[in-house]
Design a protein around this ligand. Structure first.
Ligand code: NOJ
Length: 782
């Protein structure tokens, strides 16, 4: 049944409204409010005793100096019992049933008892309205719930997985995609998404590389900010915007041996140089929430880390939003061997200024006792509650708790035509052409017979990729369908699965049918790769091989002599050395979401000229990992003729495809690299220009990349660091001069005391289509 009006609130809720009214009129006398609340059990919080770390100021009339709505928050907080307070810190998950999301009876009862501050995985107007109704109409204070969801690369209209989106090298485009996701999600009752994941990830064994923007700190920073701006907009009270979450703080992307959740043991230098910059930028972009990481850093689980949350996030960066834990991460401090028991875990987390407990229920159960015993200051609990209430005010939920749950808006917004158009554009621009010998691609549309072979050829389900939010796989356009819609009426398009999409799969049952088709076809398009759950959370791999019998299938189809185009779909790079040697054309197509088949077909048949570029170094083999481009030189740089230099004796040092790599149906020539000066100081800047010409026959997009290397420094520096890039479009024969303004500040690194510096000496500049094929110039820092 549709419910469009807020029901008349029960009497107890009027009390809250009155408190808010007084706050809105500028009265902050909480004693006055308390006097009206006969049921109030707690004393008004005073500023006696130690000032809590977050900066409550005892001489300010506004007690929570870092909040956006301090007076309103104060007024509500002063009415709350300790039980109601810890209820606000509790976040639990809704489950899924055939018909959509449901909340278990136990959790539903907790809303009646004011024991929940928010619910995640709850979405749809119907479901969220029902839960919100209980919270605002059936509880003493009527405080609205927050609804959160992992809207990672689309809500219902699914865009490419984040690693794929990053291959666009176009943060503005991804901001638009995030805005679409925000519109759909906010119309389905949601206030909050757990994105962006800005864990820099140099290790593709780690399955969550699929959720990242690859191995480079600058790209993770730029795409992270784009996603934040897309979801949060300029004004969080706008019903089309929702809160974003920077996750996972911190260093989650570099677990030992690429195994998910494993120990992270890296220096503070590496933490600060590689992992923290995207998170700092997220704070500067006014992100409202952070999520803790599952891993430990320097012997301390992140979820109880004073260093990460108090020292860096709050004190150094001044973050004023709230911190949510990752799933059961407070509880996990016990198996980590850091917390003695649940009470100890609660104490460690709340004192690290972690505010909301996802799934452990440890704050709920332990904090009242800890406050009573004096182990945790009540002010610390108040601060956490205040930060959460502050965001509920910011979202406008106290004005209208149902404002994001609007049936009409939900119906009008989901999968709008313009959203599907944008999904196609992003999917096309995410595709990376890895190889195209003898211009086999693009294919003619009038072949007699095109065979599509492989477990991903007519597969809708896996195209969703890791995290699919409200995405429904029957919406996805398969590769087969995309090709059928693209080719001429007279072309026969046949399909055979050939092999299973199964890590353990060893069946050859489908081989004969596939080989038969391949022999008869003019060209074979082989759709191979991983299933969507083979990357993502808890999906680390030690082998990068094509799962199951796909490699064997590929080799046998190739042996038929029919030209083969390989379309690879996966959430990570795979070991494709054999294909790189034998298959003429390789298209990397990630999981591209709702418009997958249309996008891939448009590339295969030349309607779209691919321009995507890799945001990681594609390993030659698993033994090279981690093999990121910003490595250092060592004292014995590789010399092929010298045994005692830094190299493998059974494999190259270089990746199979370098960072920034991706080819096109046209060619680009780079020329005339110029620096505006050959000398700057550490406050200066210079201009770098380069001419780029499209020397081929078709228009195309090119990503012009600028790297630098500080040749000598008091701390050794990487051999290349991406400093800037520009994506340009060029008509055949057209030349554009690309200009980069390079500020000395962009080149700062951390000295031996971890202070940012740019010391005198030579800086080499590299500009090109990827990290390996570059023009070079030099300037001096004086
Ligand atoms: C665990 C994942 O690590 C995190 O990224 C996600 O947001 C939460 N689960 C909630 O689904």
């Amino acid at each position: 049944m549709k419910e469009k009006n807020i029901l008349t609130p029960p009497l107890s809720v009027l009390l809250l409204s009155l408190a808010l009214l007084i706050a809105a009129c500028g009265t902050t006398d909480t004693d006055q409010l308390q006097a009206q609340d006969e049921t109030q059990q707690n004393e008004t919080v005073t500023d006696s005793g130690e000032e809590a770390r977050p900066g409550r100021s005892s001489d300010s009339p506004v007690r929570f100096t870092e909040l956006r709505h301090p007076e309103k928050v104060d007024s509500v907080l002063s009415l709350m019992t300790m039980e109601e307070k810890v209820g606000q810190l509790n976040l639990l998950s809704s489950g899924f049933a055939e018909t959509g999301p449901v909340l278990s009876d136990e959790y539903r009862d907790m809303i009646y008892e004011s024991k929940l501050g928010g619910v995640f995985n709850a979405h749809t107007v119907e479901h969220t309205r029902e839960l919100q109704r209980i919270a605002v109409e059936e509880t003493r204070l009527g405080i609205p719930l927050l609804f959160a969801f992992d809207v990672i690369h689309g809500h219902r209209t699914i865009f490419p997985v984040p690693l794929g989106e990053s291959a666009t090298w176009d943060p503005e485009l991804i901001k638009k995609a995030s805005r679409v996701a925000a519109k759909e999600a906010s119309a389905a009752g949601l206030h909050w998404t757990f994105t962006p994941m800005i864990d820099v990830s140099p290790d593709p064994r780690w399955g969550r590389i699929v959720e990242s923007q690859g191995e480079d700190p600058l790209l993770n920073k730029l795409f992270g900010v784009a996603r934040i701006e897309g979801f949060q907009g300029d004004d969080l009270s706008d019903v089309h915007t929702i809160m974003a979450t920077a996750k996972h703080f911190a260093a989650y992307g570099e677990p030992n041996a690429g195994r998910d959740y494993h120990t992270v043991d890296i220096s503070e230098r590496r933490l600060r140089e590689v992992h923290l910059p995207p998170f700092k930028a997220a704070v500067e972009a006014d992100i409202r929430t952070f999520m803790t990481a599952f891993n430990e850093y320097d012997g301390v689980p992140a979820t109880g880390s004073d260093f990460l949350f108090n020292q860096i996030l709050r004190d150094e960066w001044g973050f004023d939003g709230f911190v949510v834990t990752d799933y059961t991460a407070i509880m996990e401090m016990m198996p980590h061997g850091y917390a003695r028991d649940e009470a100890h875990a609660a104490e460690l987390s709340i004192n690290a200024n972690v505010d909301m407990d996802m799934m452990s229920q440890i704050f709920l159960n332990e904090l009242p006792g800890l406050v009573e015993e004096g182990v945790v200051h009540e002010e610390q609990v108040d601060m956490a509650v205040a930060r959460i209430l502050d965001m509920k005010f910011e979202l406008g939920l106290f004005d209208d708790p149902y404002r994001y749950s609007d049936y009409d808006r939900e119906a009008e917004t989901i999968m709008r035509d313009d959203f599907l158009e944008l999904a196609l554009e992003v999917a096309q621009k995410s595709i990376v052409l890895l190889k195209n010998d003898d211009d086999l691609l693009p294919l003619a549309k009038d072949h007699d017979h095109v065979a599509v072979i492989g477990p991903l050829g007519d597969n809708q389900y896996d195209l969703l990729g890791s995290w699919s939010a409200a995405g429904e796989y029957p919406d996805n356009v398969t590769l087969l369908k995309g090709i059928e819609d693209m080719v001429s009426e007279n072309t026969r398009v046949s399909f055979a699965e050939g092999a299973e999409l199964d890590l353990e799969g060893d069946s050859r049952d489908g081989f004969d049918e596939a080989l038969e088709l391949a022999r008869k076809a003019d060209v074979v398009i082989m759709a191979l790769g991983e299933g969507r759950h083979m990357s993502g959370e808890a999906a680390s791999r030690t082998s990068m091989d094509l799962p199951g019998m796909q490699q064997e299938l590929l080799e046998e189809i190739h042996a038929t002599g029919t030209p083969v185009v390989m379309v690879l779909m996966a959430g990570r790079p795979l070991d494709i050395r054999w294909a790189d040697e034998h298959i003429p054309s390789i298209v990397n197509a990630w999981y591209l979401g709702t418009r997958s088949g249309d996008a891939i077909a448009s590339v295969l048949f030349g309607d779209h000229n691919p321009g995507g570029k890799l945001t990681f170094s594609w390993p030659h083999s698993v033994g090279q990992i981690p093999n990121y481009y910003y490595a250092k030189n060592t004292g014995r740089p590789k010399d092929p003729d010298e045994r005692y230099t830094s190299k493998y004796i059974d494999a190259p040092n270089a990746p199979l495809y370098p960072f920034g790599y991706g080819i096109s149906y046209t060619d680009y020539d780079y020329d005339n690299l110029q620096l505006s000066t050959d000398e700057i100081d550490d406050q200066g800047s210079l201009t770098v220009t380069v001419d780029v010409t499209n020397t081929g026959d078709v228009a195309g997009d090119e990503v012009v990349q600028l790297y630098t290397r500080k040749m000598v420094a008091s701390v050794t520096q990487p051999i290349r660091q991406l400093r800037d890039f520009e994506k340009i479009s060029l008509e055949p024969g057209e030349t554009q001069t690309v200009t980069f303004d390079l500020q000395a500040e962009q080149l700062y690194y951390l000295d031996q005391q971890l202070d940012p510096v740019l010391e005198p000496g030579t800086v080499r500049v590299f500009v090109g289509p990827n990290v390996e094929e570059t023009l070079e110039a030099e300037f001096e820092v004086r």
